[in-house]
Ligand binder design. Structure first.
Ligand code: EPZ
Length: 428
């Protein structure tokens, strides 16, 4: 088990290299199942969730080779080659799906390529029940037979999938991704309405198009896919991680720092950056990335409402709450996507934050100072919000259960340490 120790009060300066996007890499890796030719992904982040997906694809029979260095060397992500040419296992076991619900993204590709798939129901997680009913009803609309038995989804489509119009009742990133992948091999045209518009969806659509898929409308709420007999392989570079970008932007803002987020893409975080600007943080586009500088002595409180892209991302809610905890004034933070994504609140309050939760809204009254404390991480984004608070708290902050953190952040203590943070990881 590891824990992270932070001595707060250091101002961050310098440069952070932004890695490949976890939430783009996971569906992209699943799409390797769609083709009998190898798919190579570069700029792959080194994260526990990626390792879990490698394990799952390996268990399914995909031949995988990982090159430790990316073409441009250094820590600019690794390259992974996945070859799904041999007949595959069709079952994703509970112990892997339980660890990472994104495992459900193998359902659509397996069904489209092989006409059958057995995937464990993911079960809930810390931030909510997170059902997959939209995935399943859309696959049924494409002609699959879905049978739920003993905690598993048994999906079959012996005559293949057939394109149709899918109209999602609300936006789901994962369901959009599963259907987008499945429809590339379905007979005829599929129209996906109320599709998710996240940059990770665009990245997946771009890679599928490189593999020979015919896709229009990626990044809008209506996507059109014309199915094809088979897809080729390709070499594809994963986009930078916008949530890692936002997280380090807050690390700079909360410490009154000046950080260049190398490789960051400004256009993928417009709603977030505009709120940061309102709080008194300067966001500057540069050719090497995005620079984040605190321009005011005192941060201003702003209200936040999480929404599907291009709105404010739910994956940045815990992090901006840490910033608002030390801003001047009152901030109302409303979480509209998940029903239980305030697990960081009690821990921030133990550091002296003044936060009241009422249903899906949290009222944050900024305080002048937080105090270090021993804390418990509960989920990926909650963990990093505790680190952000620890950077500015008086004294020492100790964060337990950092395995949550390692699912989505690569070498966080190294990246922060290189910019001046007094932070270390202790194994015990
Ligand atoms: C993706 O999860 C991301 N994960 C999440 O990031 C992110 O928070 C989420 O999208 C929203 O942006 C990956 O990309 C691997 P959804 P996903 O389907 O696809 C409900 C992180 O921290 N829903 O858009 O699972 C669901 O419960 C992770 O990196 C159904 O009810 O999210 C949620 O309330 C956390 N039925 C809402 O919709 C369904 O069939 C949005 O979920 C599907 C979803």
């Amino acid at each position: 088990m590891d824990r992270i120790h932070i001595l707060g009060g250091e101002r961050l300066e310098g440069e952070v290299l932004i890695g490949g996007a976890k939430n783009a890499a996971l569906p992209l890796m699943a799409s390797s199942l769609l083709s009998s030719s190898p798919l190579t992904l570069s700029n792959l982040p080194h994260l526990v969730d990626i390792t879990t997906m490698v394990q799952l694809l390996g268990d399914l029979g995909v031949k995988i080779s990982m090159d430790g260095d990316s073409p441009n060397g250094g820590y600019a992500g690794r390259a992974i080659k996945m070859d799904a040419s041999e007949p595959l296992e069709k079952s994703a076991p509970y112990d892997l799906v339980r660890k990472m619900r994104a495992s459900v993204l193998v359902l659509g590709p397996l069904l489209a390529r092989w006409g059958e798939a057995k995937v464990s129901m993911p079960g809930g997680c810390a931030i909510g029940t997170r059902p997959i009913d939209l995935h399943l009803s859309a696959l049924e609309a494409l002609g699959a037979t879905i049978d739920l038995k003993e905690g598993y989804v048994n999906a079959t489509a012996p005559n293949g999938l057939k394109g149709c119009e899918i109209n999602f009742p609300f936006v789901s990133v994962g369901a959009t991704e599963n259907i987008l992948m499945a429809s590339t091999l379905a007979k005829g045209k599929t129209i996906i309405k109320n599709a998710a518009r996240e940059p990770e969806i665009i990245d997946l659509a771009n890679c599928l198009a490189d593999m020979g898929a015919s896709i229009n409308g990626a990044g809008t709420d209506t996507m059109e896919v014309v199915g094809t007999e088979e897809l080729n392989g390709t070499d594809y570079q994963i986009i930078p991680d916008r949530i890692e970008t936002g997280t380090y932007a807050i690390a700079s803002a909360i410490t009154g720092g000046d950080l260049l987020l190398r490789g960051a893409r400004f256009d993928t975080l417009s709603a977030f950056f505009s709120l940061l600007g309102k709080a008194g943080v300067e966001v500057i586009q540069e050719n090497k990335g995005v620079r984040i500088k605190r321009t005011t002595e005192q941060l201003a409180a702003v209200d936040i409402y999480t929404e599907p892209y291009p709105g404010f991302p739910t994956d940045m809610q815990a992090q901006i709450m840490a910033l608002m905890a030390v801003a001047k004034g009152k901030s109302i933070i409303t979480e509209s996507i998940f029903e239980n994504r305030f697990m960081h609140v009690p821990e921030l309050c133990r550091m002296g934050a003044d936060i009241d939760v009422n249903g899906s809204s949290a009222t944050v009254n900024g305080v002048s100072k937080l105090s270090g404390a021993e804390l418990m991480a509960t989920d990926l984004r909650a963990s990093v919000s505790l680190i952000l608070a620890g950077l500015v708290a008086r004294g020492e902050t100790i964060i337990n259960r950092v395995y949550h953190l390692d699912r989505g952040y690569e070498r966080v203590e190294e990246k922060l340490g290189m910019c001046g943070a007094n932070i270390k990881r202790v194994s015990f």
